[in-house]
Design a protein around this ligand. Structure first.
Ligand code: ZN
Ligand code: ZN
Length: 121
């Protein structure tokens, strides 16, 4: 399978743009990224001034990590439905600290998403 460079059509497309995910050759990498940084950016994205990927593609690329974190998070933050299933009777006021904890726990997630958007894999 021959993958041509998405920018110039060269057959030596051995790199992949981190931002648009298209196959590119080493001569079509943005010159700014050759000197510093380890994310690969194609000249097309450089021209369009793309400097971060969309939140949707962050989720798509890290869906396994997110699924594991989310599953673990549900168990630790929302144990009440599970406890009720086991026969414990928990009053509604017990939900208030959980809601506060949830809000606090979301903050590092937001920072994580921002970091993922800007950094290479
Ligand atoms: Zn090329
Ligand atoms: Zn690109």
């Amino acid at each position: 399978m021959v993958l041509n460079c998405a920018v110039c059509g060269s057959q030596f497309a051995n790199k992949r743009c981190y931002f648009c995910e298209s196959k590119i050759c080493s001569s079509c990498i943005s010159p700014a990224d050759v000197t510093g940084g380890y994310t690969i950016k194609c000249v097309n994205c450089d021209r369009r001034m793309v400097n971060k990927i969309s939140l949707l593609s962050v989720i798509r690329r890290n869906k396994i990590i997110i699924a594991i974190l989310f599953g673990f998070w549900i168990f630790t933050v929302y144990p009440i439905p599970f406890l009720q299933m086991l026969g414990y009777n928990i009053p509604a006021t017990a939900f208030h600290p959980i809601l506060i904890t949830t809000a606090i726990m979301i903050i590092p997630f937001i920072f994580m998403f921002i970091a993922w958007q800007r950094r290479g894999t």
